[in-house]
Design a protein around this ligand. Sequence first.
Ligand code: HT7
Ligand code: ZN
Length: 876
Amino acid sequence: SRVIRLSDYRAPDFLIDSVELVFDLGEEDTRVTAHLAIRRNPEALDRPAGLRLEGEALRLLSVALDGESLGENRYRVSDDALIVDGVGEAFTLDVVTLIRPQDNTELSGLYKSGGNFCTQCEAEGFRRITYFLDRPDVMTRFTTTIRAEAKRYPVLLSNGNPVAGGEDPDGRHWARWVDPHPKPSYLFALVAGDLTAVRDEFITRSGRTVSLAIWVRRGDEDKCGHAMASLKNAMAWDERVFGLEYDLDVFNIVAVSDFNMGAMENKGLNIFNTKYVLAKPETATDADYQGIESVIGHEYFHNWTGDRVTCRDWFQLSLKEGLTVFRDQQFSADQGSPAVKRISDVRTLRARQFPEDFGPLAHPVRPESYIEINNFYTATVYEKGAEVVRMIHTLLGPDKFRKGMDLYFARHDNQAVTIEDFVSAMQDAGGVDLSRFKRWYSQAGTPEVTVSERYHPESRRYEMTFRQQTAPSPGQPVKDPFVLPIAIGLLSPEGREMPIRLDGEEAEGRPGTRVLTMTGMEQTFRFIDVAEPPTPSLFRGFSAPVKVKGVPLDRLKFLAAHDGDPFARWEAGQQAATRHLLDLVHAWRRGEALTADPDLLDASRRTLAGGDADPAFAALALGLPAESALADEMAVVDVEAIHAARQFLRGEIGRALGTELAATYERLTDKGSYRPTPAAIGARALRNASLSYLSATGTAEAKALLVAQAETAGNMTDTLAALGLLGDVEGPERAAVFQDFYERWQHDDLVIDKWFALQAVSSLPETLERCRSLLAHPAFDLRNPNRVRSLIGAFSQGNQLRFHEAGGAGYAFLAEQIIAIDPLNATMAARLTQPLGAWKRQDAARQSLMRLALERILAVAGLSKGTFEMASKSLQ
Ligand code: HT7
Ligand code: ZN
């Protein structure tokens, strides 16, 4: 397989100024006619190359140059290209191809979902529609005409604005769309189908009316309200916070149930996985509502950060993704509680990105090489990329960051640019030197930070020395220091914020958070006028994506009780709980009796008692670190010990706080109708956290409570919370409740996804066997990514106890499924491979079983390049 390298980037030999596409959609063949206006790139005139257009899985019917049909001796066709020699400086090319969307199981290019036609062109899907310069630095004006049978496909959509349409005499009809904005081919989209629209409008701040439509299957209209409200909020937010207005007359969103990712930001025609559009209280959880808000926001925000200013090449993916994740995180934070949102984002980062940095697939936010670009839609590019943008925001402050964004758009509107260009705009607008900061884009790895300190009572001075260290990652044995913004507070022994004044500063110190900038491997900060020995609160708000090591336990407990920064308070509590759980893990391994830390029980009691002030925060503070988070802290993982220790502590908390938990559960019973407001979501979270601890006691009463909630709850959040807990409980109730649930919801795909996932994450010993039998369930379909994620993905990524079962049956199961999916949908198969790469911290027996599973995948003849890349790199 060919390796693509950033260092090999060359500007394109040709540019395509405009393209007129005509689609004749058919049940057998679909004919695509492309009329391209091409000219040599003035930047590449020294290269007298022939024209090479990318194409894949296409049947070429004809080629014409400047209107003259070309004989077969004038061009060459290979598996991946059409090459035309002897072209001039500027010319037109007419290319006619045939494709078969109905057979396209890769879900890349033009394909069918639920009987409708739709597209997915990022990253390299457009070449599966027609021959093209399918690279993001070729920006073209698109005109698209769609022709299809009127009855089957009454709705015909593409990018931009609709300009014409009509009926054909043969029962077919057509529509023409013009997108006035030049764009790369990856942003092209087309939809043809029998869909119905939920409509609204948005008036921009300059007074233009934008028609909004969300297109769904008939019957789903009542599930679009939250998506529409989120869209309008996102449009208003981008105007308010970044001064960015929408730039077309229409904004269409289409929901499809076969989709490889969450959604796609095609210009003016976003295509979404139904999971991120459809919601009503009976079928969607609070997490679903929040996911919809953030993905709707994310795709909408791409209109500027991605569509108007796009990436020069795919190594720059984080230019649009990291920045747009940062923007969607800020948006969601502004819609509810910023602290709760920050905690949940950091949890995601730690659960998904930290393992990447510590594993064989570690790569920088801007990777240097790839075999298959689809493998680089990673948590590192997205979530860590967002953290890097957030650090720039912290270093510059909100006003200068906004100026940097303004400058970025002023300089680069309608261009395909690099991460370097973005950082330069920030640097120039912010008046700061970001040259060393840029290492965050080129160096992989999570820095580990340790701190030592001294307090001098006589001089009232306090010194802190920070050290950072980053482990080697593939291809990067030695790391330069990262620039770290360290948001710090100093707490007095009573927990008050102390004034902060650095040595050499004129002004009096002020209490509260202060950002220090660390640039070296080791750096000392000297504080003056420090009246008492302080307790430092470090990396407030998670100001840099690092691991802080070695904070003493008593200090963590103090911070968990007193820190004024909610993120840092939560973090300290989690760190303290992690330490305790790891002690329990070791005690369990030694066969000793386990005892719960009374301080932790007291802290939980206090959190519960004060829970009404901020129930969402209380629910997070009460939660114990996930099994996977505990595994990340162990040199050699012991999944059984982790599970046993965590279950033990859950049970102890449930028993010790039984009365308070039961009272909280009762008090927070939702009496009104369901609303997805932050307050109501917080109350449900705390109530279900209480239920979780009560259920951990294993009493008959607790079980009855679970069954009752599972069967009678009026919304999916509560139903699923109970069902999830019941999924871990032995006994006949479990099967009956799951069966009832299936019967009730069998016609709702998104709910049935949840039903699969809950069974896949069960800690019960028969889970793997059940997953195997669920593969044969009539509702399961290996071709549908949501189903694959909910069964195979949930088992391998959300159930470490059963996936890592001794003997390797979990690994064998995953390898078999990857091998079965690879010929159907290589992107999905490659993504599923990831958990097998996490073998380094397993014991020797599991290591060799995981490697065996990877080798089994690699032995398959005709394996896709994407799965090859993932499996072969995972073995290193
Ligand atoms: N920019 C979108 C990426 C995407 C994608 C990539 C590969 C294969 C399928 C895909 N569907 C969507 C999503 C986003 O970040 O907004
Ligand atoms: Zn994105």
